[in-house]
Design a protein around this ligand. Sequence first.
Ligand code: AMP
Ligand code: MG
Length: 486
Amino acid sequence: MTKEIGWNFDNSYAKLPDSFFSHLQPTAVSSPELIIFNEELATSLGLDAGELQSEDGVNILAGNKVPNGAFPLAQAYAGHQFGNFTMLGDGRALLLGEQIVPNGERLDIQLKGSGRTPFSRGGDGRASLGPMLREYIISEAMHALGIPTNRSLAVVKTGEPVFRETELPGAILTRVASSHLRVGTFEYARRLGEEDDVRTLADYTIERHYPNVKADENRYLSLLQEVIKRQAELISKWQLVGFIHGVMNTDNMTISGETIDYGPCAFMDTYNPATVFSSIDRQGRYAYRNQPPIAVWNLARLAECLLPLLHEDQDEAIKIAEGELSTFKDLYHHHWLDGMRAKLGLFNEEKDDESLIGNLLHLMEKHSADYTNTFRALTLGERKDSAMFNSDDFKKWNDLWQERLNRQEKSKESSHELMRNSNPAIIPRNHRVEEALEAAVEREDYNVMKQLIDVLSKPYAYTSDQDDYTTPPDPSCGPYRTYCGT
Ligand code: AMP
Ligand code: MG
């Protein structure tokens, strides 16, 4: 007899009108093999980590068996991709169901790479091992950095090849998210749904993510405000660690405020606000410095969908929406500035803080300093021989910073602690991630990856085993490139 794994599904999304999803079974795969498994996450979901790694459990993670209480479905959504509206939907993912976890939270359990769906268009519905492991590593690193994100429970190799430019091993990722509702879900409802679908979806979203606004006079306006607030905070966190999402299409922006879709994302090494990694982003639409304004652009698409719910008079509704969207800039800036102060060990506020921060960033850009390592060095009080630290400009800046630190009442020790908790010693450096993926995919050696995941799970620890992982890539490697369509 098999023991219970601990599934506790309650599938609220499936109660939306039929047009929001397509109910279907995952496509079976020939010989599933568990490659990586997140025991701590499994336990927090109320699942038996041992059972889930047994043959029975792995068959579930591979889509060969549907657990009791699940109701597999592909979600319908649309979205603006690089500014152009398109019908999308889960083309290679299936929501198994919503797990009610021991702390009462409702979390989506989704298989990514689980076969074709009615939304697959020309795609094969599959994913390959490298990109699924990459999503596992980076999403878990983001979680450890304290950034809202979907999580990764497991990656299973399917035993079947997928065909991209070359033949690659197929894989399925189990993704855990507070939901997969996107700006694109609203765009779908508005453009392709029935008359009342946006209201139905908005009510569902409020119930699921923002129950605190349910009784508000205009709860749809409150919903828009809440999403703007969450996204402003999220994007500020990305900027503070140098994370570049790479494909901020509206279908990749969640309503919950979690980071989703780890396709062409990457962390910046050398500080340069114009940094772009994605090979297809030729105009730099999703460059580091553009992430806050692009978030506003995406939120404007959400606001458009909500217009009829904001006011019966359209001109009035547009005015209301514009007013709300204009709040993003200040909300974002407030979070960013708070975060930057913390990165410099500042507890209180002074009016010249912005120029102190701006001047440092300017020096970093001028001297092509490494973003993470600069803040790490300031935290450690180490001034390794570098163009920036040796410059007179930096020495002047440092004097002003020290004076500023001395003007606050808090001790040097508490400043140092604040800096340690705000400046990650390590991030998932692109060359280290690539090295781990190469070992896994080319040589079936998963230890490099497991070690990397382990050090990335404590980014603020400043332990000596992390030192090795702080080295930026050799400049001879050239600029790093990421790819979509994986
Ligand atoms: P993404 O670039 O991951 O945001 O995906 C954009 C759209 O393409 C989504 O609708 C995906 O479900 C779909 N898609 C991506 N890869 C595949 C694939 N291999 N097979 C089918 N659909 C896919
Ligand atoms: Mg996507």
